[in-house]
Design a protein around this ligand. Structure first.
Ligand code: PAF
Length: 283
């Protein structure tokens, strides 16, 4: 596996692969990789011959007071994991390569507010602007045929699908189901912030989603399911930010005829902010 920091080396390698008729798949990450990320690489291999994984802790998607400074930087271990999973190239650019005109005054990509300002966007203003901006840059730099993202970040995936359509990127977006620990906790780099006691509480988040899906299927009203789930998350020892039942297709408010739903949750636990979601089909 090649490790590349510079844009011209990245571009010439990708150009050579494409000239040889090989499909290039991009797996964007912020590093500190776990089995969930490696699964993205595995799935990526089903969609093309060459895998480019990027590791870049993107400053513009962190708000003031968030964990940008302490976000774990583990590039050597990440490189080993990616090589083992079958990635062909690791792109690990410095900040100046991604934001050549500086971070503060960068040209930005603004996703539609009806997608970006709800759910996590309401608690992390500007977060999805930062995500959309860096993902658009990575798409321009790598020019992949396919890009792979985890469904754990369901709202992010939805916004990336929309930006791909709106900005006419000729890229297929592939979503990969969430990889969970044996006790149900969704894998996340931020799980590393949990103390032993907090780690024992954290799986309750997934349990609450499973209960919420059962209640929806039993015909309980959405408002009641949301309120009950917020109480259950708080009761388990987390601090719930939101529980919301949405249409899975576009994150809109579900009407009576909508059957394909997703339940999304965010909660704080110690120093960690945890998110998770569960699809729920009422057919
Ligand atoms: O999901 C992530 O790790 C990040 O938000 C992404 C998509 C790599 C953009 O920085």
């Amino acid at each position: 596996m090649k490790v590349v920091e510079g844009i011209s080396a990245l571009r010439s390698q990708v150009r050579a692969w494409r000239a040889a008729g090989e499909r290039v798949v991009l797996v964007p990450t912020m590093g500190n990789l776990h089995a969930g990320h490696l699964r993205l690489v595995e799935v990526g291999r089903e969609h093309g011959e060459r895998i480019v994984a990027s590791v870049f802790v993107n400053p513009t998607q962190f708000g003031a007071g968030e964990d940008f400074d302490k976000y774990p930087r583990t590039l050597d271990a990440d490189a080993k994991g990616l090589q083992g999973a079958g990635a062909d190239l690791l792109f690990a650019p410095p900040t100046e390569a991604i934001y050549p005109g500086g971070v503060a005054s960068a040209t930005i990509v603004e996703p539609p507010p009806e997608l970006a300002n709800i759910l996590c966007g309401a608690f992390r203003p500007g977060h999805f602007r930062g995500v959309a901006t860096v993902v658009a840059k990575l798409f321009n730099l790598v020019q992949p045929d396919v890009a792979v993202f985890g469904e754990k970040d369901f709202q992010q995936l939805m916004i990336i699908r929309r930006l791909t359509t709106d900005l006419n990127f000729p890229i297929d977006i592939v979503g990969v189901p969430t990889v969970r620990e044996a006790d149900g906790l969704a894998m996340s780099s931020r799980n590393g912030y949990l103390s032993v006691d907090e780690r024992a509480i954290a799986p309750a988040l997934h349990g609450c989603l499973v209960d919420a899906a059962d209640r929806l299927r039993a015909g309980v009203l959405i408002d009641d399911v949301e309120c009950g789930t917020i109480r259950a998350v708080d009761g388990a020892g987390l601090r719930c930010e939101y529980v919301s039942v949405r249409r899975a297709a576009d994150l809109g408010d579900p009407g009576p005829s909508d059957k394909n739903l997703v339940i999304l949750v965010a909660a704080r636990l110690g120093a960690a902010r945890l998110i998770d979601n569960l699809r729920c089909n009422l057919n």
